[in-house]
Design a protein around this ligand. Structure first.
Ligand code: HEC
Ligand code: HEC
Length: 260
């Protein structure tokens, strides 16, 4: 056994393999890390850039200081970053045609610009923040409990599986099945238009995540695995997978080295 093993590979081969693997892991980590952290923490620069974007795209309705204009648009002081991320991130804002409801449309800003707008609006007054990746991670939620919460609080407007439904006065509750986890969380937190606000006393952050897990489970039934829109879990999954593989190989090498 000893002689055979020696013949099969060079003495340094396992070491080289581990080094190569670690290099690969570091490279992948370097690529995935910035995208994972990009959405957090607003800087002073973001606030300044956000104010400019706002003046050019939003102030005509909401006013230069975002205090709103009677009969045109509401004040945004205190609505928080979450409301901006939801409204601009789903394309509802900037609003175009006036109608019973501002519909979702193609998104007009990059996520960086949305974060800047959100940072500026958040700087005007305290309001709900954009949820963290952990708060909206469907994998951490309990879909069965989420179904209960959804049936009790959401199904009367959005339908029992979230497909959407008509409301009175030409309004409608849209389908929630294509909505990203962040935007689902933010919709609950900020209650857009005729949707009620579900603050953390009504539905705790854990239960909000359960709702996200339930909604996400609806489209896992359909083929096409990566349709969930978030890039995070993929790169994070790859990362975990590589680290695990590295550990397995390292321990194999270690066991092999001990027994020879
Ligand atoms: C054409 C006018 C118009 C423009 C332009 C516009 N908005 Fe609005 N906005 C509205 C109206 C009207 C509402 C309230 C009704 C609604 O929610 O649809 C609103 C609501 C909002 C809300 C929700 C407030 C809340 O209480 O939750 C946010 C956030 C918002 N706008 C941000 C923006 C941002 C950011 C821009 C620029 C990118 C923008 N809006 C551009 C008219 C406008
Ligand atoms: C009284 C009716 C009503 C209830 C109850 C309600 N919603 Fe809504 N919801 C709406 C309406 C109306 C909109 C559209 C608002 C808009 O277009 O700005 C909406 C929008 C949404 C959106 C955005 C969908 C998209 O991508 O366009 C999500 C997500 C959502 N709701 C989730 C929920 C969840 C989760 C619950 C339960 C915790 C809930 N809603 C309860 C009426 C309701």
């Amino acid at each position: 056994m000893h002689a055979l093993a020696k013949k099969r590979h060079h003495k340094a081969a396992p070491l080289l393999l581990v080094i190569a693997l670690l290099a690969l892991i570091t490279a992948v980590g370097a690529f995935s890390a910035p995208s994972a952290t990009a959405t957090s923490e607003a800087s002073a620069d973001d606030v300044v850039a956000g104010e400019k974007l706002f003046a050019a795209n939003c102030a005509s309705c909401h006013g230069l200081d975002a205090e709103g204009q009677d009969g045109v648009a509401p004040s945004l002081v205190g609505v928080g970053a979450a409301a901006v991320d939801f409204q601009v991130g789903t394309g509802r804002m900037p609003m175009q045609a006036s109608g019973p409801q501002a519909p979702a449309k193609p998104v007009q800003f990059s996520q960086d610009e949305i974060n800047q707008l959100a940072a500026w609006v958040a700087s005007l007054g305290a309001g709900p923040a954009i949820p963290t990746a952990e708060q909206v991670d469907a994998a951490l939620g309990d879909p069965a409990n989420g179904m209960e919460v959804f049936r009790t609080n959401c199904a009367m407007c959005h339908g029992s599986i979230g497909g959407g439904g008509a409301l009175t006065q030409g309004k409608f509750a849209p389908s929630v099945l294509e909505t990203t986890p962040e935007h689902i969380y933010e919709a609950m937190l900020t209650g857009p238009q005729s949707m009620p606000v579900f603050n953390d006393a009504n539905i705790t952050p854990e239960h909000k995540r359960d709702v996200i897990a339930y909604i996400t489970a609806q489209h896992e039934g359909s083929p096409g695995g990566l349709s969930l829109g978030a890039i995070g879990p993929v790169s994070e999954g790859l990362w975990a997978w590589l680290v695990l593989l590295g550990l397995i190989i390292a321990s194999t090498v270690w066991v092999g080295a001990r027994s020879s």
